[in-house]
Design a protein around this ligand. Structure first.
Ligand code: FAD
Length: 473
C-alpha cells in the first residue's frame, strides 16, 4: 500500500510506547512505509525493564489484563502473530486485597472470586453476583453509557456496604489514580474487568519482552525504528503535516504523523502556538493529568518466610475512606498509607507502588532516600515482617524519574485524569484539527493501561488505512 510519492515515509510515529509500536506494526503489516522515532535508547515507554546488581526490574508497568479469548489485548497480539513469540503466563490469583478486616482474593476463576466476596459480605450476595454479571457480560455500549457517571454512582446502584465498595475500589484508585467519587464509571469498570477479573498476565521473563517482541515484529514487517532520537518539531504547512524535525535538525517527511508522546508536548512544543487555535491550546492547558507513582525496587537475598504469593499483586488498604487516602497521596504526607506490592515470579525482587504527586528534581534529590526507607518500613510493619533484613539492593523511580525517561507530563501514570468531564475530549481524540496528524496512547482521553493503549494503537492505524483507501478511490 506504500504511497510515499516524494516523501521519505508514509507515516512517522513519535514514540515507541505500546501505543506507538502496535500502531506501527499494523501500518507496516498493511504495506505502509513507517518510521518510529523513540527518544529513549530502548522501546517500551512505561513498559521497559532494567538490570541492576544482577536483579531485573520492570521500570513501571509489570502485568496486563484483557488477554482472555476475545479480550482486547489478545485480539491485538494475535493479529500480529505475537502470541507465538512471547510466552504469556497468567498469575493466579492476580490480586489480593488486604484490609484491617478482610483478605479478598481475585482468582482467574471469576465464580471463585464471587464466592469469596459473598462469604465476606453475605448481606450483599445477590448484588455481588449482579455486579460481576453486569461487568462480564457488558457490551461496549453498556460501558459507554457510564461515561458521565462516577464509579461511586455505579457502585451505589448495587451496594450498601461501604467496606465492600472500598475493597472493590482500591485497585481502581491504584491503577486509575483517582478515588471512586472522582473517577468515571467507564474507566473504573474497565479497570475492574480488564485488570482484575481478567488480569495478572505477564510476558516472558520481564515486561521488556512485550515491547521488544513488538519492535522485532515491526522491523520484520519492513518498519524502521530509530531509538535515542528526540523529535523536536512536527512540521505543518497550510494545516497539513509535512513530517518531523529530529534533534540534530534533520527533516524527515511523511504524509501522516502519529504522536504517541504526551499530548501537551505534542500541542505546545512539537506543533507550537502558531499552528493550533488558541481555544484548543487553552482547553488543553486547563486539563488535569493523572497522579504519578513512586515505585520501589528491592533486590532480596532470600525470600522472607511470609512473603505473599509470587506474581500476585497485593494491595494494602489501611482503612475504608478512599477519598482521604487519595488526598494523602496527592498532597504527599510523610507516610505512605496504601500501596500495592508484587513479589517477582523469580522470587528475587519486589516492586512496590504508591500514588504520588509530581515534584521537581531537587525535591526528590532531597527526599528519595528517606521515602525509600519509609516505604520499606511500611511494607515490613504491614505485610512482610523482617523484610529489611533481606534487602540487598534498593532504589526507586520517583514521579520525576518517570518524566525524565518518558517525557510524560508530570510523570502522569495514566495520561489524563479520567474524570467524567475529561473523558473523550473532542480535541484529544485520535484525530486532530491538523490534517494527517493523529494521536495514540494514554493521552487521547479514550483509555489507559496496556490493553487500552494497545487497542488504540490498532485503532489509530485503522483510521489512517481507512483514509488511504478513501484517497485511492
Ligand atoms: C509506575 C507505573 C505502573 C504501571 N503499571 C501498569 C500495569 O501493571 N498494567 C497496565 O496495564 N498499565 C500500567 N501502567 C500504565 C501503562 O504503563 C501506560 O498506560 C501505558 O504503558 C502507556 O503507553 P503509551 O504507549 O500510551 O505511552 P508511553 O509508554 O508513555 O510511551 C510514549 C513513548 O514516547 C516517547 N517519546 C515522548 N516524547 C518523544 C519525542 N519528542 N520524541 C521521541 N520519542 C518520544 C517516550 O520516550 C515513550 O517511549 C503503569 C504506569 C506506571 C507509571
Amino acid at each position: 500500500m506504500s504511497n510515499t510519492a516524494n516523501k521519505d515515509y508514509d507515516v512517522i510515529i513519535i514514540g515507541a510506547g505500546i501505543g506507538g509500536l502496535v500502531c506501527g506494526c499494523y501500518l507496516a503489516k498493511a504495506g505502509m512505509k513507517v518510521l518510529i522515532v523513540e527518544q529513549h535508547h530502548k522501546p517500551g515507554g512505561y513498559c521497559t525493564s532494567f538490570k541492576r546488581n544482577g536483579f531485573t526490574f520492570d521500570a513501571a508497568a509489570h502485568s496486563f489484563g484483557s488477554y482472555r479469548e476475545g479480550g482486547n489485548m489478545r485480539r491485538v497480539l494475535d493479529a500480529l502473530d505475537l502470541d507465538k513469540r512471547i510466552e504469556i503466563k497468567r498469575y493466579d490469583p492476580s490480586d489480593i486485597i488486604i484490609s484491617p478486616d478482610y483478605k479478598i482474593t481475585f482468582w482467574a476463576d471469576t465464580d471463585r472470586t464471587v464466592e469469596e466476596l459473598q462469604q465476606a459480605f453475605p448481606e450483599e450476595s445477590e448484588s455481588i453476583r449482579n455486579f460481576i454479571r453486569h461487568l462480564t457480560t457488558a457490551k461496549p455500549i453498556d460501558f459507554a453509557v457510564l461515561r458521565r457517571k462516577t464509579f461511586k454512582d455505579f457502585l451505589d446502584r448495587y451496594f450498601q456496604n461501604d467496606r465492600l465498595k472500598a475493597i472493590i475500589s482500591i485497585p481502581i484508585l491504584g491503577n486509575g489514580a483517582l478515588p471512586p467519587s472522582l473517577i468515571s464509571a467507564f474507566t473504573g469498570s474497565k479497570i475492574f474487568t480488564e485488570f482484575l477479573l481478567d488480569g495478572g498476565y505477564y510476558a516472558g521473563e520481564c515486561m521488556q519482552a512485550l515491547p521488544d517482541a513488538l519492535a522485532e515484529r515491526f522491523k520484520e514487517l519492513g518498519g524502521t525504528l530509530k531509538t535515542s532520537c528526540l523529535v523536536k518539531k512536527i512540521k505543518v504547512r497550510d494545516n497539513e503535516v509535512e513530517g518531523v524535525v529530529l534533534e540534530k535538525g534533520n527533516n524527515v517527511s511523511a504524509k501522516y504523523v502519529v504522536s504517541n508522546a504526551d499530548a501537551r508536548q505534542t500541542f505546545f512544543e512539537l506543533l507550537g502556538s502558531n499552528v493550533v487555535e488558541k481555544d484548543i491550546l487553552h482547553k488543553i492547558d486547563g486539563m488535569v493529568p493523572s497522579l504519578s507513582i513512586f515505585t520501589l525496587y528491592l533486590g532480596i537475598d532470600r525470600p522472607p518466610a511470609t512473603l505473599p504469593k509470587a506474581g500476585t499483586n497485593v494491595w494494602f488498604l489501611p482503612n475504608y475512606n478512599l477519598e482521604d487516602l487519595y488526598l494523602s497521596a496527592k498532597n504527599m504526607t510523610d507516610d505512605i498509607e496504601y500501596f500495592m506490592m508484587r513479589f517477582s515470579p523469580d522470587k528475587k525482587t519486589i516492586l512496590a507502588f504508591a500514588n504520588a504527586p509530581f515534584r521537581d528534581r531537587k525535591f526528590w534529590y532531597d527526599k528519595k532516600l528517606k521515602f525509600i526507607d519509609t516505604f520499606i518500613r511500611k511494607i515490613e510493619t504491614t505485610l512482610v515482617p523482617g523484610l529489611s533484613t533481606r534487602v540487598v539492593y534498593k532504589d526507586a523511580a520517583t514521579p520525576y524519574t518517570l518524566y525524565r525517561y518518558t517525557l510524560n507530563y508530570k510523570g502522569a501514570a495514566y495520561g489524563w485524569a479520567t474524570f467524567p468531564s475529561q473523558l473523550f475530549t473532542p480535541e484529544l481524540k485520535m484525530t486532530t484539527p491538523i490534517k494527517g496528524l493523529f494521536l495514540t496512547g494514554h493521552w487521547t482521553t479514550h483509555t489507559q493501561g496496556i490493553p487500552g493503549v494497545a487497542y488504540l494503537g490498532c485503532d489509530a492505524a485503522k483510521l489512517i488505512l481507512k483514509k488511504e483507501r478513501t484517497y485511492k478511490k
